[in-house]
Write a protein that binds this ligand. Structure first.
Ligand code: OGA
Ligand code: MN
Length: 298
């Protein structure tokens, strides 16, 4: 059932209809039909590029226990900060990239600087990992395969976690996924972490996506949800171990990441390369805790 839905939403010919895709940015009907429920959270002041939690719109998806959707809580300036970090900094050594061990970059070159001059280079980056590196083949984390986790993204994730009572959450591993308009991510569960109770945090920027979330087996038919720039998904409780996928990237007609730029800046030069990249790309930051509470190492 999962595979059929994935193929359906991935297809270019015929094009799928998007009528069953939940758009939580238009929540009225979904609330009335009992598909989603609004969640109230305590007041907290703006930090890390996020708005005050008073202004957050948070929903739970009633058919997926533990799945929390935060409708873009970032300011446009905050989105630009995180986008810049993903492109300019999180894509650098000592982080691991899919293009390591290829001849796309020379050993002293960096992806963002070289990519700005060369389209083939810029489009070659698909992922970056840090903290405990995700091993795409063995799916096993190890003490021998890790690097420091940047403080800003660690603290931002912790702050978001605390708003939902996940006070013990520690960010220990992350994947940055770089998607283009024809990219997909196939169905999978994330179960390599020793701690399978700690939730997964997923931050998305740039172009929109269809996100599929099924059950704990591949046989369950997934729900399709739009994810737009700035949206946060938390997979906690039962949804933590559910199959999920990204069968399609969709070009948005509202580039929220460009809002208020002219107001803050007299020229567009600094932001232009980032904006060009984003015009056909989606960035997903996927943050996990690996260790159990009190566990010091693997
Ligand atoms: C992942 C993942 C989802 C997304 O990196 O494990 O599920 O929205 N990403 O890109
Ligand atoms: Mn995943």
């Amino acid at each position: 059932m999962f595979r059929e839905s994935f193929k359906y939403y991935k297809s270019k010919d015929p094009l799928p209809t998007f009528e069953d895709v939940l758009n939580i940015h238009k929540p009225k009907l979904l609330l009335n039909n009992g598909i989603i429920t609004k969640l109230a959270i305590n007041k907290s002041s703006p930090q890390y590029g996020l708005r005050s939690t008073e202004d957050w719109e948070v929903y739970v998806i009633n058919s997926r226990n533990g799945l929390i959707f935060i409708k873009n809580p970032f300011t446009p300036h905050g989105q630009r900060y995180w986008i810049t970090r993903c492109l300019k900094d999180y894509s650098k050594k000592p982080h691991k990239l899919n293009i390591d061990n290829t001849n796309i970059l020379k050993s002293d070159e960096n992806w963002w600087e070289e990519g700005r001059k060369n389209k083939k280079i810029i489009d070659s980056l698909r992922w970056s990992t840090f903290g405990y590196h995700h091993d795409w083949d063995t799916k096993i984390y190890s003490e021998e395969n890790k690097c420091p986790f940047p403080e800003d993204i660690k603290n931002m994730t912790k702050y978001v976690a605390e708003q939902f009572g996940f006070d013990d959450f520690t960010a220990e591993a992350a994947i940055i996924n770089y998607y283009h308009l024809d990219s997909t991510l196939s169905g999978h569960t994330d179960h390599s972490e020793q701690n399978l109770e700690a939730p997964l945090f997923s931050f998305s920027f740039g172009q929109s996506a269809i996100f599929l979330i099924g059950g704990e087996t591949i046989d369950e038919k997934p729900l399709a949800i739009y994810i737009h720039s700035g949206d946060i998904l938390i997979m906690s409780k039962e949804s933590r171990l559910c199959y999920h996928a990204v069968p399609r990237i969709i070009k948005t007609n509202y580039e929220v990441w460009n809002d208020e730029y002219q107001m803050e800046n007299s020229d567009f030069k600094h932001w232009e390369p980032f904006n060009n990249y984003l015009s056909y790309s989606r960035i997903n930051i996927n943050v996990r805790q690996v260790l159990n509470k009190g566990q010091l190492k693997l």
